[in-house]
Design a protein around this ligand. Structure first.
Ligand code: MLT
Length: 261
């Protein structure tokens, strides 16, 4: 791991390998460790850049509340800092929401896009309300409720049974997260724009990844989004829920390698 300074914040990142760069952007309420099975394998064939977003993991927070456009701008500034022109942007869920913003505002930095377990639609009013409640609870009670409950939503039932180390890792990551940052992220996601109408305009090769048992971003919703993006394909991963890269890393890495080559 190394540390770089981006816009005055100290950012923790994995940066290894050479050749075509892939930028791995974690979901909520996680950090770079959700990509643990991608880091070394993908860096054998290209450069892997995988940060903790500001305020997450071991990266310093900004002084202002986080928002998704700001996170896309932050990633562009990180690439400047690393002297990287263009990347394959690979975002999972919240990372994918940032990916749509990256495409909108930093198109010239984007070679390819991987949208893993993510949606394009904005929140419904009910989801948005639930996020506000979650933000309040995080601010009042900290991260432990989320750490206890969230793994059951993130992982497929079979992973809960068979991948105890991964489930424990994710539970630890959530427990150790900064509750105020998670609260801000909930509010930021509740305010994100609907990207559905952007899909037909996306003009870079795009890979959609879905997990067979993902109940947060279902394969049906991802498939419907994929059909709207002209140069795109969809890979459905078996034995995986919302954290497909962690739950079925062999299939995920093969799909990414196949797409990049
Ligand atoms: C994520 O994995 O990033 C979250 O499920 C995104 C969300 O809450 O919409």
């Amino acid at each position: 791991m190394k540390q770089v300074s981006v816009n005055g914040s100290r950012i923790n990142l994995f940066d290894q390998g050479s050749g075509h760069p892939i930028l791995l952007v974690h979901g909520f309420p996680l950090d770079f460790q959700m990509w643990q099975y991608q880091l070394e394998p993908l860096s054998e064939t290209g450069r892997v850049i995988c940060p903790d977003l500001p305020g997450f993991g071991n990266s310093q927070a900004w002084s202002e509340p986080i928002h998704l456009r700001g996170l896309a701008d932050f990633l562009a500034a990180l690439l400047d800092e690393l002297d990287v022109e263009q990347v394959t942007f690979c975002g999972l869920s919240m990372g994918g929401y940032i990916g749509w913003q990256f495409w909108q505002h930093h198109r010239q930095r984007l070679d390819r896009l991987i949208a893993s377990n993510t949606r394009a639609a904005a929140d419904t009013e009910a989801v948005s309300r639930a996020r506000r409640v979650s933000a309040q609870s995080l601010r009042k009670d900290g991260t432990s409720i989320l750490a206890d409950e969230m793994p059951y939503k993130l992982f497929a039932e079979s992973s809960i049974q068979n991948r105890a180390d991964d489930v424990n890792l994710i539970r630890q990551v959530i427990r150790n997260s900064d509750a105020e940052i998670l609260a801000q992220a909930q509010i930021a996601m509740s305010q994100r724009p609907d990207a559905t109408n952007w899909l037909s305009e996306i003009d870079v090769p795009t890979l959609f990844v879905a997990g067979q048992h993902d109940s947060i971003t279902t394969p049906e919703e991802i498939s419907s989004n994929q059909k709207k993006v002209p140069d795109s394909r969809l890979v459905l991963l078996e034995n995986a829920g919302h954290l497909a890269p962690l739950e079925n890393p062999e299939a995920f890495n093969a799909a990414v390698n196949n797409f990049i080559q």
